[in-house]
Design a binder for this molecule. Sequence first.
Ligand code: UDP
Length: 326
Amino acid sequence: MHVLVTGGAGYIGAHACKALARAGFIPVAFDNLSTGWAEAVKFGPLHEGDLMDRASIDAAFARYQPVAVMHFAALSLVGESMSNPGKYWRTNVTGSLNLIEASLAAGCRNFVFSSTCATYGDQDGVVLDEDTVQQPINAYGGSKKAIEEILRDFGKSDGLNHVIFRYFNVAGADPEGEVGEQHVPETHLIPLMLDAIDGKRPALTVFGSDYPTKDGTCIRDYVHVSDLVDAHVLGLRWLLEGRGNRVFCLGSGQGFSVREVIEASRLVTNRDVPIIEGGRRAGDATSLVSGSTRAVSELGWVPQRSTLAQMIGDALVWSRKAPFES
Ligand code: UDP
């Protein structure tokens, strides 16, 4: 059984392909390689295509006849979405619409969607779950919320079965070192911090020390990428068993400030993190922490590696390995 994995050459998509292959599916990585890596496609075929090009999506459905779609491909940088909102709305929403329509035209009605806690916006310490009202404060979160709404509409009009995962902050790398996180440019906290520790960058800039939190820095809930993709396989099975449309939050349920992540990295590596105190980054929410147990209770999700030390340790092994080159 083929599963079409958009963004399958990217960070989370590549880990999902590994988990799918391990679960007995054939993952087809659909990717335009704009930010992904051909070398990360190791667990099934690569189909180069672009979600803005409907014909290339149709070709992938015709060739592989997948039983389901896992849709990871998206622009996902909060800061960039604030400075270039048009790019985010156009790419994320139009690309997803093209994909949904192509999927339905090909008779594929099972859709797993990668959404985000950025759809919640800044809710002043509220513990977030699937029923929390979504009030995005950046174009990234806005575009993802819109896609959730599109999925609901197509669920009603065309019987599109969908599972929506709202991720908190994804971190870590494949424990076997086959794939990991590599962005150009890198903007995410943990890889930047590890680079600063290893002297590959001069320092980590802390984006804002005046937030109303315990130490003034933003709080996030970090979840290991391997745990996250395990939930996707469970979500796929849920759909294939006909269990209906559902939203699941995926987080560890624990919030850590930027300074706490820095301290955890110091403990894991036994080295200080050189830091620069910077201003706030536009679009950042003060605190995003999951309060949901739905994925655990309904999907049977059992996160295995989502402690801060484990995520940093796995990311460190990956970052010190030879990175992807093409
Ligand atoms: N952050 C930071 N310095 C950096 C990158 C990130 O202080 O160089 C902070 C950022 O403001 C946020 C947290 O780290 O509070 C996580 O940011 P990241 O970009 O990793 O993920 P996001 O929360 O934007 O999805």
